[in-house]
Design a protein around this ligand. Structure first.
Ligand code: TXA
Ligand code: MG
Length: 340
């Protein structure tokens, strides 16, 4: 078994050397930790799928440290792509663009004629990519199906012994993965909501941006292949509680203290019995998004309740991204759906 080394931010030269040798190194971003490999080394990329246990028809994000790194694979960028990069990079926006035929291996693109590019807002990782001097594939550094990792410890928990190292830069600040916008289609389309909202994208592009809420069935070939797989699922059944249902949900929790855990805003935890395990989502939607995945993991590692009651938010702004992930973790189960 490999010994998985934890690198400090001042040790990235060593980590970059491993990447150039084709090894896997997890890296921090502002959203979640990514699992890095040299995107130009097909063997290294294939090992990313193995380490994660990820289906190999699901293409990978190409993580870059400059616009020029993208142009190597796409050729001259459209005005739209340039505007988005100028406004949101480095930051939580992944842009799907057509690439030159054969410019990236099938292991990266899943055989599509496009690729997803992202420049994360994390100085250590931008320096790591510059030092490695190659773009890195960067799927979230969790085992497939588990919540994305927001700390180096989460990565270590899932991938210890399967990867060469992890660059530890502390907990991530955004907590949910980047917004993905597809610019390869006739109308710009959001494939995954994140911190950068449809409204912000529309105001920069000066055109309508479509939100692709279409759900992909198991037998369908997905647009963003990632959409068809189970995600973010802890062992317990997650149940979403909308604000108006809190009182009823608390009564249910009190009647089922042995089986239930609660994830909610600090203010809503004040009245919860101390016998019920809780995880605070902080003060607002920003802290709730930052802590959501850590909370889902928290109960897997410790108490193993049967049900996790988790606070829902309005699906606007960052709330759209939070609810997108929470609904996947809950398999769309709301408290009002429970037959009690
Ligand atoms: O915030 C993030 O984006 C994180 C951090 C680590 O950068 N990365 C991340 O990667 O979430 P991943 O692989 O877990 O999710 C990437 C998604 C997948 O659902 C994949 O299907 C989609 O991007 N994707 C990749 N290439 C695509 C393409 N050419 N067209 C459409 N979707 C694509
Ligand atoms: Mg992921």
């Amino acid at each position: 078994m490999l010994i998985t080394k934890i690198y400090r931010p001042d040790e990235i030269k060593e980590a970059a050397k491993e990447l150039r040798l084709g090894e896997l190194i997890a890296f921090p971003t502002e959203t979640v930790y990514g699992l890095g490999a040299d995107a130009t080394n097909e063997q290294a990329v294939k090992r990313v799928y193995l380490a994660k246990g990820r289906p190999s028809d699901n293409p990978l994000i190409v993580t870059v440290s400059s616009k020029e790194m993208v142009e190597k694979y796409t050729g001259a960028l459209s005005k739209e792509a340039q505007k988005l990069m100028a406004t949101f990079w480095p930051g939580s926006l992944t842009i799907v663009l057509p690439i030159k035929p054969g410019a990236l291996s099938k292991a990266v693109t899943g055989g599509l004629e496009t690729a997803a590019f992202r420049m994360p807002k994390n100085k250590t990782t931008l320096a790591l990519i510059k030092e490695a001097n190659v773009p890195l594939v960067g799927p979230s550094a969790n085992s497939s199906g588990k919540p994305s990792p927001t700390t180096a410890q989460h990565v270590f928990h899932d991938l210890e012994g399967r990867i060469r190292g992890i660059v530890d830069d502390g907990p991530t600040t955004v907590g949910v993965e980047s917004t993905i916008i597809d610019l390869s289609t006739k109308h710009p389309t959001i494939l995954r909501p994140g911190l950068v909202t449809a409204e912000e994208l529309e105001s920069v592009l000066q055109t309508e941006v479509i939100s692709d809420k279409h759900k992909v069935g198991q037998k369908e070939t997905p647009k963003a292949p990632g959409m068809k797989y189970k995600h973010y699922a802890p062992s317990a059944q997650v149940v979403i509680v909308s604000p108006l249902e809190w009182e009823k949900a608390l009564a249910f929790a009190n009647a089922n203290k042995q089986a239930v855990a609660i994830m909610a805003l600090e203010k809503d935890l004040a009245n919860v019995s101390t016998e019920i395990p809780t995880f605070s989502l902080g003060e607002n939607i920003t802290s709730a998004s930052q802590r959501l995945f850590a909370g889902l993991r928290h109960f897997d590692d410790q108490l193993r309740p049967e049900i996790i009651l988790c606070a829902g938010f309005a699906e606007e702004g960052l709330g759209a991204a939070y609810m997108n992930r929470l609904k996947k973790a809950a398999g769309e189960t709301f408290f009002s759906d429970l037959k009690i």
